[in-house]
Design a protein around this ligand. Structure first.
Ligand SMILES: Nc1ncnc2c1ncn2[C@@H]1O[C@H](COP(=O)(O)OP(=O)(O)O)[C@@H](O)[C@H]1O
Ligand SMILES: [Mg+2]
Length: 157
């Protein structure tokens, strides 16, 4: 069962007479209790995507559905504590602390919480159930880690 669905979600920013497309036509279904990594280089739209899911920002096109009830402003309330969003949670940490944070986050999935981590660190994506890779605001790949899922203990960066 999915907790969140995005259909044709785009987010454009008007900047100094021009337009920046931060997210373009994104379709996603986010399932309960999954450990999901959103991977992509800086500027690929990761934070924008997370902000949409967390209702900190709204799409310019498309729609977001929560647990089959359409929600705009009340999204954070509707998801309750079933979704945990973390934007670059390990970026400023030393390796060992980063690993501890990852373990703490992954543990939450055992309680049925969906954890969505945004990162530019590909190594980190190896321990995910599902990797959603962004490039220039678009989903390029979406599925299990390319080399197969490994335990957090097997990660090195
Ligand atoms: N508030 C904003 N105003 C204008 N452009 C923005 C804004 N937020 C993000 N962008 C642009 O949207 C693109 C995606 O940004 P972002 O989602 O922050 O990427 P990431 O988190 O992957 O680094 C970038 O080109 C960024 O400059
Ligand atoms: Mg970001």
């Amino acid at each position: 069962m999915s907790v969140i669905e995005l259909r044709g979600v785009s987010r454009r920013y008007e900047v100094g007479g021009g337009v920046v497309i931060a997210l373009e036509d994104v379709d996603l279904e986010v399932e309960i209790g999954k450990f999901i990594v959103v991977l992509g280089p800086s500027g690929s739209g990761k934070t924008t995507l997370l902000n949409m899911i967390g209702a900190l920002d709204t799409p310019t096109d498309g729609e977001i559905t929560i647990a089959e009830q359409r929600v705009a402003i009340a999204r954070a309330l509707a998801t309750g504590n079933r979704v945990l969003l973390a934007d670059e949670p390990t970026a400023k940490l030393d390796f060992h602390t980063g690993i501890q944070i990852l373990e703490l986050l992954q543990d939450q999935t055992h309680a049925g919480i969906t954890v969505l981590i945004v990162t530019h660190n590909r190594e980190l994506s190896r321990c995910a159930d599902r990797v959603i890779e962004l490039s220039s605001g678009r989903v390029m790949t979406d599925g299990p880690p390319a080399g197969g899922q490994v335990t957090i203990a097997a990660l090195h960066w």
